[in-house]
Design a protein around this ligand. Structure first.
Ligand code: AMP
Ligand code: MG
Length: 297
């Protein structure tokens, strides 16, 4: 996944706990083989190689994640768009950042058309050569959900925290029966907000996790699909919801939408809350945001 994975389980014994962790990491590796954009033999790579040449058959979870990704595209009026990959590449993010010419970016806009993606029961197709599907904004959360489901199905595992970079899914409790405590990092270090959780998910998209600087300006790796420019309205946004597929994709989308539109969206949704940190340090949370600020000191 190009990032760090941390698994924590509450188990009836050490041996059981270790076996559960092994199974969890194996599931991460398996899903990487489906959704990785780094691996040339992943299902994702096959779909992208087939761009312009019809539908490519893929496993059911690929269909599921593609459908969920475009559902978030609809929900966010296109702020989340899993077809931005070619533009991310043009920006050279993260290895060789450069500012593409406006005409280069404009030339890519047609390749971001969601209706040019065909999703069938057993296959996915991209209508035009040059299009590329990418799950960088949603696959970490989806993987966290799948690993949590797997751990929850193991008898004797009474709770877990599955953290794939900033995408975290939780169930159950700590061994003493108390809720897990999940911290949301502050952009400049330290903890911004602490959540007590026995279920659900939290994701953070922030410009301190992955960024690059060009002419003294800090850019994030999230592009606004309308302009193909890196979004700069927000420093960080955290989202809570029942599952991490949703929180991952929503955090990426809200980073593009900004605080006004983003807070309006989560307020309309059932079970989703958000916390924005703006470039001037101002903090804006939806009314139901459950995180509490850590005590000073
Ligand atoms: P995240 O780390 O979840 O915030 O997602 C960032 C990743 O999502 C980037 O590295 C890109 O691969 C991809 N991405 C960038 N912009 C968008 C966007 N507007 N919609 C969907 N995915 C995006
Ligand atoms: Mg995301």
């Amino acid at each position: 996944m190009g990032t760090s994975v941390s698994l924590t389980v509450a188990a009836k014994g050490n041996r059981l706990g270790e076996r559960a962790l092994d199974a969890g990491f194996a599931e991460v590796a398996r899903l990487e083989g489906v959704f990785s954009s780094y691996r040339t033999n992943s299902d994702l790579a096959r779909v992208n190689r087939g761009a312009g040449a019809g539908v490519v058959s893929v496993p059911p979870e690929f269909i599921e994640l593609t459908r969920r990704a475009f559902a978030i595209t609809d929900l966010t009026d296109g702020a989340f768009n899993p077809l931005v990959g070619p533009a991310v590449k043009l920006w050279g993010i993260p290895e060789n950042p450069r500012k593409p010419a406006a005409a280069e970016l404009e030339g890519l806009l047609p390749l971001l058309e969601p209706s040019w993606v065909t999703v069938e029961d057993t296959g996915v197709g991209l209508k035009a050569a040059g299009m590329a599907l990418g799950f960088g904004g949603i696959a970490k959360g989806y993987t966290a959900d799948r690993v949590a489901d797997l751990l929850a199905s193991i008898p004797g595992i009474s709770g877990a925290v599955v953290a794939i970079a900033g995408d975290i899914r939780v169930f159950g409790t700590r061994p003493d029966g108390s809720p897990w405590r999940v911290g949301v990092k502050r952009p400049k270090g330290g903890t911004e907000s602490i959540l007590s959780m026995t279920s659900g998910a939290v994701s953070t998209s922030g410009n301190y996790a992955r960024f690059f600087e060009l002419d003294g300006v800090r850019y994030h790796h999230i592009l606004d699909p309308r302009t193909l420019m890196p979004s700069r309205a927000v420093t960080a946004v955290s989202v809570t919801a029942p599952d991490a597929t949703t929180t991952d994709a929503l955090a990426t989308a809200l980073f593009v939408m900004g605080a006004d539109d983003g807070l309006a969206l989560v307020t309309r949704m059932d079970g989703a809350e958000a916390l924005f940190i703006l470039p001037d340090g101002i903090r804006r949370a939806s009314p139901g945001w459950a995180g509490v600020r850590p005590a000073p000191g």
